[in-house]
Design a protein around this ligand. Structure first.
Ligand code: NAD
Ligand code: LMR
Length: 328
C-alpha cells in the first residue's frame, strides 16, 4: 500500500498533480492538504472511478498531522508562484516559512517518508528542509529531493526542436546543478542518444533551458508560473513510487544533499564542495541509492557553466541554512 500526500493540493500545480496521482495505479491512498479548498478538490477527485481513496484536510482540527499520518511519499507544491519581474529568490520571504512549517509537520508525523520539494526557490527550500529535519534528529538525505524534473523535461523538448527530432521523449539531456537561472546546467555532452548542437544555436538553447520558467511567467502575465508542465514533471518524478514499491534501476536527475548519499562525496569534490546539487540519482526502495558522477566527459563550455552554477548555488544554500538558524 502506498500513501501519497500533496501539501498545497488546491493550487495551480497541486490540482493537476493530484489528478494524475488519483489516476495512477501506483497510489492506493491520496491525502490532500492546503490552507484552502482541499476538501473540495478531494471530493471532486473522489468521484473518479480509480481505486485510490482521496481525503482532503485543512489546517483546523490538526489537519496537517492527519493528512501526513502514515505517508510514504509527501510532495510539496505549497507556496507563492512568481509574477513577471520577480526572480525565484524573491519568493524566499514567503515560501521559506511555509516550507519550514510543513517540514516540521513531516518531522513529527512521518519522518521516514520520501519528501519531494517543488516550492521555490528550490535551491534554498531543500536546504531549509534538511536543516529542519536535522534539528528534529530525523534527517535522512536519501529521502529528501528537490524536484528539478521540469528542467529535464524542458531540455528534452527544446533540444528536440533544435535537432529536428519530432518526438522529444526520445531525447534525454541530463540537467544538473540547481533550479534557477544560471544554476541550471544542461549537459548536452551526456545526452542520450548523442546530439550535435550547432555552434550558433548553443548559447540560445542553454539560455532557453535555464530561463524556461520566465517564458511561462511572462506568457501568463501575472496569473502565475508553470503549473501544468510542472504537474506533468512532478508526476514523472513520482516514478519514485516505483522505487518505493521495490523496482530497481530508476535514474532521474534530482537535487540532493550529496554528503548523505552514496557516491555523493565524489560528486561533491567535482562541484567545488557544494553540498546540494542536482545530478542523476539512482533510486531504490530506501530512497537515493547512488548519486552518479556525470562530469567525466563534459566539454569546456559545460565546465564554464558548472563553475557559474556552483557560485550561485552556494549563495542560495547559505540563505536557506541561515534562515533556519535565525528562526531558531
Ligand atoms: P499556487 O498559488 O497556484 O498554489 C500554491 C498553493 O499552496 C495554494 O493553493 C495555497 O493555498 C497553498 N499554500 C499556501 N500556503 C500553504 C501552507 N502553509 N500549507 C499548505 N498549502 C499552502 O502556486 P503554484 O503555481 O501551484 O506554485 C506553487 C509553488 O511551486 C511556487 O513556489 C512555484 O514557484 C513553485 N514551482 C516550482 C517548480 C519547480 O520546477 N520546482 C515549477 C513550477 C512552480
Ligand atoms: C519553473 O521553472 O517554471 C518554476 O520554477 C516556476 C518559475 O518561477 O519559473
Amino acid at each position: 500500500m502506498v500513501k501519497a500526500v500533496v501539501l498545497g493540493a488546491a493550487g495551480g500545480i497541486g490540482q493537476p498533480l493530484s489528478l494524475l496521482l488519483k489516476n495512477s495505479p501506483l497510489i492506493d491512498e491520496l491525502s490532500l492538504y492546503d490552507v484552502v479548498n482541499s476538501p473540495g478538490v478531494a471530493a471532486d477527485l473522489s468521484h473518479i472511478n480509480t481505486p485510490a481513496t482521496v481525503t482532503g484536510y485543512l489546517p483546523k482540527d490538526d489537519g496537517l498531522a492527519k493528512a501526513l499520518e502514515g505517508a510514504d511519499v509527501v510532495v510539496i507544491p505549497a507556496g507563492l508562484p512568481r509574477k513577471p519581474g520577480m526572480t525565484r529568490d524573491d519568493l524566499f520571504q514567503k515560501n521559506a516559512g511555509i516550507v519550514r512549517d510543513l517540514i516540521v509537520g513531516i518531522a513529527k508525523t512521518c519522518p521516514k517518508a520520501f519528501i519531494l520539494i517543488i516550492s521555490n526557490p528550490v535551491n534554498s527550500t531543500v536546504p531549509i528542509a534538511a536543516e529542519v529535519l536535522k534539528a528534529h534528529g530525523v534527517f535522512d538525505a536519501t529521502k529528501l529531493f528537490g524536484v528539478t524534473t521540469l528542467d529535464v523535461v524542458r531540455a528534452s523538448t527544446f533540444t528536440a526542436s533544435v535537432v529536428g527530432e519530432k518526438d522529444p521523449r526520445k531525447i534525454a539531456v541530463p540537467v544538473v546543478g540547481g533550479h534557477s537561472g544560471e544554476t541550471i546546467v544542461p549537459l548536452f555532452s551526456q545526452a542520450s542518444p548523442k546530439v550535435e548542437i550547432p555552434e550558433d544555436k548553443y548559447a540560445d538553447l542553454v539560455k532557453r533551458i535555464q530561463f524556461g520558467g520566465d517564458e511561462v511567467v511572462k506568457a501568463k502575465d501575472g496569473a502565475g508560473s508553470a503549473t501544468l508542465s510542472m504537474a506533468f514533471a512532478g508526476f514523472r518524478y513520482l516514478t519514485i513510487v516505483h522505487a518505493v514499491r521495490g523496482e530497481k534501476g530508476i535514474v532521474e536527475p534530482t537535487f540532493v544533499y550529496l554528503p548523505g548519499v552514496a557516491g555523493g562525496e565524489e560528486v561533491q569534490k567535482a562541484v567545488g564542495g557544494v553540498e546540494f546539487f542536482a545530478v542523476p540519482v539512482e533510486l531504490g526502495p530506501n530512497g537515493a541509492a547512488k548519486a552518479t558522477n556525470p562530469f567525466g566527459g563534459v566539454t569546456e563550455k559545460e565546465k564554464e557553466l558548472l563553475a557559474i552554477a556552483q557560485k550561485g548555488l552556494q549563495t542560495n544554500i547559505n540563505a536557506g541554512v541561515e534562515f533556519v538558524k535565525q528562526s531558531g
